[in-house]
Design a protein around this ligand. Structure first.
Ligand SMILES: [Zn+2]
Length: 81
């Protein structure tokens, strides 16, 4: 998987999770609130797992920075990625 694609998925997970948690916090039922917020947290964890597994340099498998933008060159081996 392309690390730029994975970064998009990672951002979408964060966005989706924030929307879900905000909407969940607005729910009147406390039990439902907890369930919805838990779903949001699961989405964040899922995004992080995908990022850690796939947001890597295709040459040396070095982990790229998870926040911000994808670098043009690998910080470990210096190859264009
Ligand atoms: Zn590298």
């Amino acid at each position: 998987m392309d690390h730029r694609k994975v970064r998009k998925i990672y951002w979408i997970c964060w966005l989706l999770a924030s929307v879900i948690v905000v909407l969940g916090a607005l729910l009147p039922d406390e039990k439902m609130q907890k369930i919805v917020i838990a779903i949001g947290i699961i989405i964040v964890i899922f995004g992080n797992i995908i990022a850690i597994c796939f947001m890597r340099c295709p040459y040396c498998r070095g982990l790229l920075n998870l926040r911000g933008f994808s670098p043009d060159y690998c910080p470990y081996c210096g190859k264009k990625i």
